[in-house]
Design a protein. Structure first.
Length: 408
């Protein structure tokens, strides 16, 4: 076999990469998302080859890209992993490491996927790329394609947080703000993208993108000195980020670099828990869509596009899904910022909200990793209840009175 092939998540049919562009022709878009499988036996990788602080391209041997093709010059990946012993003690678990992806070039986990999308667009000879997004995939694609010659079209709900929308304009993307939901923007983008023959940057359609996202798992293994956590918690909307964590650990396992895969726990907002619902109903994991209502805009997904893969992978890991309320998400943002200095956007801090909920159940011997997938500055409106700004007269007496209040 070549370096890799593509396998349908539902029927298991294996394709050469030249045979299919996005999803399994037999099973269709949602049922037939593809996984990239490598010739693991013939790929030799040693732990020593990986460095902690490099970007995602250090993993080139297990990425579906060609030697010498375009690589973004921006520093994608190589984000920090923080060990937080006092927080672990407070939660009653043995160890807590926090992977913080808000330090990526456009401030979210999505840069890992966009980097691969742009490389593939160049390899395949496209001149235009597009995505549907709740905001982060959008700003990420816009930012990473800014220094390239690719034309970039973005479809997103006009209600997305203003910081994410502002990123699009500053990076010069062509923006189609839909007066509707992410799910509607997604369907429209697919129709137009097909009509126009543009390259699709959506992880649930384009199989290569999840490979970029899996680098977060590879980095956790390396940064934690190959001490693999018992549990990994991550927030879930469409289901590709969570699938990518399983895939990253799975690849390391297949390559003989680790001897187990963490139990992967998906955390959804209560008002948008479509994947949890499908998982809880059990196999065969059939899509079952819902209306959404949550402040966590990035995971406000009622028609998750990668639900089958997410459910199968989470099951294979021995994990499960939980949900948390918007109030729990808001408290998690505040508490995590206060205790660690890590400020996540709502969908980012959702993993911490989930951990707070189940830490006791995981037990005092549990070694846990959580992923904070987006920077808190992406959505300032969501945390306005914590911002108690008042104007103080510019005189010393008034300032002294306020300081006294703080001190008491
Ligand atoms: C910050 C953040 N966290 C989590 C997610 C969830 O990823 P997925 O939709 O792949 O489940 C997203 C997706 O947009 C996101 O932007
Ligand atoms: N909610 C996501 C959806 C698209 O991102 P993808 O990386 O799964 O394609 C976002 O807009 O960030």
């Amino acid at each position: 076999m070549g370096k890799y092939k593509l396998r349908c998540i539902t029927c298991g049919k294996i394709y050469e990469s030249s045979e299919v562009e996005y999803t399994c022709p037999k099973c269709g878009n949602r049922m037939g998302t593809l996984e990239v499988i490598y010739d693991y036996e013939n790929i030799k990788i040693y732990r020593e080859e990986f460095s902690k602080y490099e970007n995602i391209w250090q993993f080139e041997k297990i990425l579906p890209i060609e030697k010498g093709s375009y690589r973004t010059p921006l520093h994608v990946g190589g984000t920090p992993l923080y060990n937080t012993p006092s927080l672990a003690e407070e939660l009653g678990i043995k160890e807590l490491v926090i992977k913080y992806d808000g330090t990526n070039p456009t401030a979210s986990y999505k840069d890992r996927a966009s980097a691969i999308a742009i490389t593939k667009a160049y390899e395949k000879g496209y001149d235009t790329i597009y995505c549907a997004s709740t905001g982060n995939a959008a700003s990420s694609l816009a930012g990473l394609s800014a220094p390239t010659k690719l034309k970039t079209f973005i479809f997103l709900p006009a209600s997305a947080p203003i910081a994410k929308i502002s990123q699009l304009f500053i990076y010069g993307a062509k923006v189609i703000p839909i007066d509707g939901s992410y799910d509607e923007a997604f369907d429209i983008s697919m129709k137009i993208g097909e009509e126009k023959g543009w390259y699709c940057r959506n992880s649930a359609i384009n199989p290569y993108l999840l490979e970029g996202k899996k680098t977060g798992a590879l980095e956790i293994a390396i940064q934690n000195n190959w001490n693999i956590p018992d549990y990994l918690l991550v927030s879930v909307g469409d289901g590709t980020v969570i699938s990518s964590f399983y895939k990253g650990f799975y690849d390391l396992y297949q390559l003989g670099l680790i001897d187990r895969i963490p139990k992967i726990i998906g955390v959804q907002a209560k008002g948008a828990s479509a994947v949890k619902r499908v998982f809880d109903k059990g196999e065969p994991f059939l899509p079952d869509d819902i209306e959404t209502n949550t402040i966590a805009d990035s995971i406000s997904v009622g028609k998750p596009r990668d639900v089958i893969k997410a459910c199968k992978y989470v099951k294979a890991s021995g994990g499960y899904f939980i949900s948390v309320s918007d109030e729990e998400i808001l408290s998690a943002i505040y508490e995590l910022s206060l205790k660690t200095g890590i400020f996540g956007e709502p969908a980012g801090a959702t993993s911490y909200a989930g951990l707070k909920k189940i830490a006791k159940k995981l037990g005092k011997e549990a070694k846990v990793a959580i992923v904070i997938t987006g920077n808190g500055l992406k959505d300032i409106k969501a945390i306005e209840k914590f911002v108690k700004l008042r104007k103080i007269k510019p005189d010393l007496k008034a300032v002294r009175e306020v300081i006294e209040e703080y001190e008491n």
